[in-house]
Design a protein. Structure first.
Length: 206
């Protein structure tokens, strides 16, 4: 039996397309274009019922590998430097108590292969806030505090920003010298770049 050449080409193209879709959909890992990363907030908020403090904040750190397995809870990196521009803060000041802070992979948003966001968990953090008049060195960050941030991803893979997820953005008071808010919610969208440049980090499926 003779096979129509046009039908044969259509069948071949369909098979190749199906193989590509299956391969992408079953991709187990994410590939990061660069391991060194910097996230900059023009204004990162600590919002509570008593006061809202806003500061320019920069986090710097790295991923342990350029390949990240899509396993929720996996330790994938660390924050090794935090710069807070206290002279530009409003309603208070802040400083970091400990480093490094741990970064774990928590999942993704969207449907494979079209990932629209990557959820990252920040834990083991500790910082102090001072609000003139009523809060002196309120220390925040308990062992169970976990801040989840979603890294927004464009269709081409570029990460355009990082923002704490509402409902998973609470820091809890550990100790203070005076009356300080019991909790505060971190809010604000930061820009994600390759450390030391204005180049965007990209994430692809492999």
């Amino acid at each position: 039996m003779r096979i129509n050449p046009k039908l044969g080409l259509v069948a071949l193209a369909a098979a190749l397309l199906l193989a590509t879709v299956v391969s992408t959909a079953s991709a187990r890992n994410l590939s990061v274009s660069n391991q060194q990363v910097r996230v900059t907030w023009r204004s990162l908020e600590f919002a509570s019922s008593l006061v809202t403090i806003r500061c320019p904040v920069t986090l710097e750190g790295s991923f342990h590998s350029r390949t990240i397995a899509k396993n929720a809870g996996s330790l994938i990196g660390a924050v090794t430097r935090v710069a807070i521009k206290n002279e530009s803060c409003t309603n208070g000041t802040a400083r970091v108590v400990n480093l490094p802070w741990h970064i774990t992979y928590e999942g993704f948003n969207g449907v494979l292969p079209n990932i629209t966001g990557i959820n990252l968990l920040l834990n083991r953090f500790r910082f102090r806030l001072t609000v003139p008049g009523f809060c002196t060195e309120g220390e925040y960050g308990t062992a169970t505090d976990n801040i989840t941030g979603v890294a927004t991803r464009e269709a081409g893979g570029a990460i355009t920003g990082l923002e704490p997820v509402e409902g998973r953005n609470t820091a809890t008071l550990v100790a203070s010298r005076e009356f300080c808010p019991a909790t505060g919610r971190l809010r604000g969208r930061g820009e994600v770049m390759l450390l030391g440049t204005t180049t965007r980090i990209t994430v692809t499926l492999i």
